[in-house]
Design a binder for this molecule. Structure first.
Ligand SMILES: [Zn+2]
Ligand SMILES: [Zn+2]
Length: 259
């Protein structure tokens, strides 16, 4: 399996902030090949049955590409991340089931480990080095010169989320994120994790319904649920990096440059 770090990255491409490991400083930029593949997902390729099975085995894409996917969706389409939330709702339902049926803490952690490669990493590896170069004038990259839209959503969610941030990722008092559980983070109890994920899944499912025709109106707890789900599955580094930067005008542009 090829890791994200094996791709050629150009600073001319989009400053999508994505971490490799929990707590690691987020990296800038995605390549044209990554943008092409993630954009294909947004155009419907993520619904392919084979792709979905690979996403199940891997608990989604790798952390870096999972964050890139949701940020690209928000920056491209504006509004709320519909496609990414469909996947998060699906994965959370499976995580709840996995925790419930695992008889020991060790098996809970084992069940949350990725057993499949990242679809985007695979695509980049197959397409080769040339395809990974950022092409000048790439129309998708040009739309992603900053993270204004996604930064705004993350900041709006922050006041509700500070207490649920993984203590190993940041200064929160929430449950260990999946990445830290896999690295020996404390699992308080299976029952507590099951209850937490079940409640989070319910809010994500309601948020998803709110984006459909005649869906219910939802409040801040649901509006922020996708951020919390991303934090639990893929670590909180991106959220912490965005929400601790200054806001407004030129400062905001500078913040996205520094992520
Ligand atoms: Zn990946
Ligand atoms: Zn964590």
């Amino acid at each position: 399996m090829t890791t994200c770090s094996g791709t050629e990255v150009s600073r001319l491409s989009a400053p999508v902030a994505v971490p490799q490991r929990p707590g690691e400083v987020p990296q800038l930029a995605v390549t044209s090949a990554e943008l092409r593949q993630l954009s294909a997902f947004l155009d419907g390729a993520i619904m392919d049955a084979g792709v979905r099975h690979q996403l199940w085995r891997g608990w989604g894409l790798c952390p870096r590409h999972s964050w890139a996917y949701v940020l690209i969706e928000i920056e491209r389409a504006g509004g709320r991340p519909f496609s990414a939330t469909i996947l998060l709702e699906d994965l959370l339902a499976r995580a709840v089931h996995r925790v419930r049926v695992s008889p020991t803490a060790r098996l809970v952690v084992r069940g949350l480990r990725s057993r499949g490669s990242c679809v985007t990493c695979d695509y980049v590896a197959i397409s080769g080095r040339a395809a990974s170069r950022t092409e000048p004038g790439d129309p998708v990259a040009l739309e992603l010169l900053d993270l204004h839209r996604s930064s705004a959503l993350l900041r709006e969610s922050w006041s509700l989320l500070q207490t649920v941030v993984c203590a190993d990722c940041g200064a929160g008092t929430g449950p260990a994120c999946r990445l830290h559980l896999l690295r020996g983070g404390a699992l308080r109890s299976r029952a507590e994790l099951s209850q937490y994920l079940d409640e989070l899944h319910a809010r994500v499912a309601m948020f998803l319904r709110s984006m459909t025709w005649r869906g219910p109106e939802v409040g801040p707890a649901e509006e922020s649920s996708w951020v919390e789900a991303m934090g639990w599955f893929y670590g909180w580094a991106v959220v912490l990096a965005v929400t601790t930067q200054p806001t407004g005008g030129e400062e905001m542009q500078g913040a996205s440059d520094r992520l």
